[in-house]
Ligand binder design. Sequence first.
Ligand SMILES: Nc1ncnc2c1ncn2[C@@H]1O[C@H](COP(=O)(O)OP(=O)(O)OP(=O)(O)O)[C@@H](O)[C@H]1O
Ligand SMILES: [Mg+2]
Length: 469
Amino acid sequence: MPKVLVVDDEEANRVTLERIIQREGWEVMHAPDGRAGIDRLRREPVDVVLTDLKMPGMSGLELLRAVKSLAPDVEVIVMTAFGTVETAVEAMKEGAYDYVTKPLRRQELVGSLRKAFEKRGLILENQRLRDALAQERGGGRGEELVGSSLAMRALMEELQQIAPTDASVLLTGESGTGKSRVARLLHQRSRRAAGRLITVNCAAIPESLLESELFGHEAGAFTGAVARKEGRFDLARGGTLFLDEITEISPLIQVKLLRVLQEGEYERVGGTVTHRADARIIAATNRDIDAAVRSGRLREDLYYRLDVIRLRVPPLRERAEDVPLLAATFLDRFATKNNKVVRAFTAEALDALTQHSWPGNVRELENAIERAVVLARGELIGVDDLPGAVRPLAGGRAALSFVVGTPLKVVERKMIEETLRHAGGDKVLAGNLLGITARTLYRREAEWAAADRGEPSGDGDPAQNDDLI
Ligand SMILES: Nc1ncnc2c1ncn2[C@@H]1O[C@H](COP(=O)(O)OP(=O)(O)OP(=O)(O)O)[C@@H](O)[C@H]1O
Ligand SMILES: [Mg+2]
């Protein structure tokens, strides 16, 4: 039910107004002056403040300003006697919704109030719609995973289940797939959300500094350690510690990390006091972590401590059906950010986006859309606004034809060469299209070069050929 706060110094007026407003079925409260009005407003939300302009103490204009700073979306209607209309106009300039002149006419007053409620209702409804849309789009505060593919829905479901636990999580997936974003979500949906999410990029911090970064140090622990410093484990107490690029930590730090994970204890560098760790650990890598363990780069015991729950964030090419939704989300975001009216993609542009293999995953898509929005000259993003690698070649991909019985080696070489040309020489991209690794492409090129020079080929050696499908 709409609620009105009446502020008037004359009691007779308050009583009359109360009666009129109640007859409309609206709720009403009143106050004899501005101060009391503000007090009411603080205690109880209202939709509209109806105030006299001329009052002893706080004037109606002052009250208006107070309301606007206290509760900006509350509408204010001022009542003005004949002769003070100028003040009423001033009030309108300062954000009053309307003014009514005294002596009051019931119709005029009720009409003005009704319009004020409508406006407020519209604004609230609009806000509600926008929130719902943001929710639906997975926008939220930008902290959701956009995507409706089976793979993403499964990931989100799993995330929802494990977020509230304290179990260590190992995130794997190619660069740009959204591992850091998943880590943030895990933290936000955990019981530790009130604590901090502390990220350590293990590859970016020089090895010599990593220990003191993680565990902190005491004053004088080493040259340059002038003051005592808290480590990331200290900062993450009660929260989450996100260890990014976990395969990049040195053997020494691995031992120290293992101890924290096993015993929940650590000492600062140069310190003797033992501290208890209280952080949930999330680790991530875009490398093949099992290979890192096999090669001895990552300790097996540490690996088992980290790999309690493993989440694999799939590459974008495995969930091409997410591309349109992601693209639309980024389009909205960058159009707003750049203050441009860009509304959608042309059908061909959307096609090209969906066809592309996105070796750089969501990050590459995000960058491509930002660039496209900046370049777009109209309301639509066309193929020409997309980066070269995404754009299909004129006339689409070239076709190759072979006579039946053509040696496979010839077919293979032709196909690889043409695909490489199509990909503008990008071996990762070409490899993705062909379903082989970039390394295989390099090896093939070396073999052809050798063959062209008349050197013997590695034909008889099966070990050299086992990497092609
Ligand atoms: N599902 C998603 N919905 C919306 N945005 C996403 C999604 N996945 C990734 N992004 C965005 O794509 C970009 C790359 O994601 P992120 O940094 O999380 O990747 P990453 O896997 O951690 O990469 P790296 O291995 O290089 O650290 C970020 O800007 C992120 O916000
Ligand atoms: Mg990351």
